[in-house]
Design a binder for this molecule. Structure first.
Ligand SMILES: [Fe+2]
Ligand SMILES: [Fe+2]
Length: 167
């Protein structure tokens, strides 16, 4: 990367690259968890839930793109094989083996909550030390927070539909 761009970083760049590659692994796993979940989903409100899962999948891939561009800018290499995703991930992977929409929502809410914590730590670490990474983490966390809320509100609607409040 540009040498001055690297010099201004008040952090151990190799350590930062490790954290970025961990987030990169999370994004790909999140992408696939959403993507395949949207394919297999079954149950009430399926259409609305599939639409949301599919949109989120696209956005997770966008995050992988942002993170990998920063890794390259810092002189690193994004993980080159999917096999490594499981060794590097912070948030893991929940296979949608139970295709019920409620279960899928719960699994993806858990993943979003983990992603929020990951970018929150990355922001705390880079605050005042690496404005470029900080800004990328900020852009991503804004979407992760939105994702969590989208899924929680779908889950709430699903519960209300299945168990309408007594009148
Ligand atoms: Fe993401
Ligand atoms: Fe997300």
């Amino acid at each position: 990367m540009g040498t001055r761009g690297r010099e201004i970083i008040g952090l151990e760049v190799d350590e930062l690259l490790k954290l970025l590659n961990k987030a990169f692994a999370d994004e790909w796993l999140a992408y696939y968890q959403y993507w395949v979940g949207a394919k297999v989903a079954k149950g009430p409100m399926k259409d609305a839930i599939i639409a949301e899962l599919t949109l989120h999948a696209t956005e997770e891939l966008g995050h992988a793109d942002l993170v990998s561009n920063r890794i390259i800018q810092l002189g690193g290499t994004p993980l080159t094989t999917p096999k490594e995703w499981f060794n590097w991930t912070n948030c893991g992977y929940d296979a949608p083996d139970d295709p019920y929409v409620g279960t899928l929502l719960e699994q993806n809410i858990k993943a979003e909550q983990c992603a929020i914590s990951v970018y929150d730590s990355l922001m705390k670490l880079t605050d005042g030390k690496d404005p470029v990474t900080y800004n990328i983490a900020l852009q991503i966390i804004e979407q992760e927070v939105e994702h969590e809320e989208d899924l929680q509100s779908l889950l709430e609607d699903l519960e209300l539909m299945l168990h309408p409040p007594m009148r």
